[in-house]
Ligand binder design. Sequence first.
Ligand SMILES: Cc1ncc(COP(=O)(O)O)c(C=O)c1O
Length: 390
Amino acid sequence: MTLNQRTRVVSAARPHQPNAGVNHPVDFTSTYMYRPSAENSLEYAREGSPTFDPLEQLLAELEGGDHGLLFSSGMAAISAVANQLPLGAHLVLPSHAYMGFSTLAQQMEDKGLLRLHRVDIADTEQVLGTVGEAAAAAETAGTEAMLWIESPTNPMLEVADIPALLAGAKQLGVTTAVDNTFATPLRQNPLEHGADVVLHSVTKFIAGHSDVLMGAAITSDTQMYEGLHNHRSFHGTVPGPMEVFLALRGVRTLAVRLDAAERNAQLLAQRLEESIHDDAVPVRSVCYPGLASHPQHERAESLLSGFGAIITLDTGSQQIADAVLERLQIWTPATSLGGVESLAERRRRHLTEPTSVPEGLIRLSVGIEDAEDLYQDVDQALRSAGDQLA
Ligand SMILES: Cc1ncc(COP(=O)(O)O)c(C=O)c1O
């Protein structure tokens, strides 16, 4: 029977034998007993543990891959993939890739480990042209090339034509990795379009309650899987059992949380966009893939089965953005995203965020509270900040 993803996220990877619990037990152990006379499949939790299995299996099933691997954070999963690249490899990455990875990649280039090519990931022709150049340069240098895709990007919400980019990269023999954190496995599945590996910050929508740090990589490529597993064991980037328990419990409600947050996000984005015409509200532009004004709205509509729960608004200046954050009452001013609670952040407060991200841009991670309450809170904060700074 082919299951809907909404069913799979709840029912996959549960125990099935009589008398077993509905949920898997959690092993709070670092090591497993070893007798020389007995066959030993479990050794030491840094190499993996039965506690990881259900969530790894569930994420692999949701993404349509053969193997899932949990890591101690999204960045641990990302750096495990980046570390699979040979010395001097050419990496094509979005100029608005998540700033943590963007910074790590820059540090790797500064040490001579990688050569970077930054692209506008929404511009398919530009990306594939650059991938072609990177592949040729890598071949001459006797190394490899990789295309890194993030879509929608954090925080600029650019939407890539994932099937076209993956097909083009494959023709050129270039390995591909997709950070699918913003879309979640319920809204797009890049492995089905030929990606070699898909990554998640489980910390965000998958765990969903801002109480866990975790990452995951999913792949059907056995060599990639073994390389990542080896990296995880020797760098020791495994999650703790409590985190795995929380993330597995959290992901079971992903479908309903995401539906609710997306409904709120669409309503909020529309109302905030209408308020651009109100002189008392300091909003210059609103960006959300579900708005007709989004530059890749049609692409998002055809490739994603939902527009996500992240909105950005440009208030025009750091002063206004900061004044808005001071005045929010229901929204929590904090970094991160994807939890049940709504968060707001001025992204340029991070020194590593590129200067092409406007100083006054606020990223909203829309939660599952009442949409009208969320709107009223942002609206009062904007009006009051606008009043004070007028
Ligand atoms: C798109 C994206 N990828 C990866 C990460 C890193 O994940 P973590 O914070 O779990 O290390 C983040 C964190 O914000 C992110 O937004």
